[in-house]
Write a protein that binds this ligand. Structure first.
Ligand code: TYD
Length: 139
């Protein structure tokens, strides 16, 4: 059976490196599959913290550890789940809408950059896992 987490995938961004250092480009509609309307970043999370724990009805995301490392667990609400490690500043994780996500195992130097397809609207976040499973089951 087709699962939403089959659409979750790692993206490799273009990296321009020379003797001056590195420059990575994330352009909307290119390797990042949506136009970017919002950027936020997460840092200073302790190793045992689990963030996220929500699904979005509308918004798609790309997560990039521009510094340090973290892990992302995704769930489809039907029993399917996968884990991804983010450990390169040129690697992103694409998250489609309606996927449950949990970010954890943050390194002390983790800076997790999040690109989002939509402006922030709290009412499109589903923050209760049982409610998410219920919504998935109804579709
Ligand atoms: P939250 O969704 O709990 O963060 P995470 O997904 O990492 O667990 O967001 C933390 C707070 O920040 C919450 O009060 C909502 C607010 N917030 C905004 O105002 N705008 C945003 O774009 C985001 C992502 C969060």
């Amino acid at each position: 059976m087709q699962s939403i987490i089959d659409d979750v995938r790692l993206l490799e961004f273009k990296e321009f490196g020379d003797e001056r250092g590195h420059l990575v480009v994330a352009e909307g509609g290119d390797i990042c599959p949506f136009n970017i309307n919002r950027v936020f970043y997460i840092y200073g999370s302790d190793h045992d913290v689990v963030r996220g724990k929500h699904a979005n009805r509308v918004t798609e995301f790309v997560l990039i550890n521009v510094s340090g490392t973290s892990k992302v667990r995704v769930k489809d609400g039907r029993g399917g789940e996968k884990e991804f490690s983010l450990d390169h500043p040129h690697t992103g994780l694409y998250l489609p809408k309606m996927v449950w996500k949990e970010m954890y195992d943050f390194s002390a130097d983790s800076v997790l950059l999040c690109l989002a397809s939509e402006h922030y609207r709290s009412d499109e976040y589903i923050r209760d896992y049982d409610a998410f499973c219920q919504i998935v089951a109804e579709h």
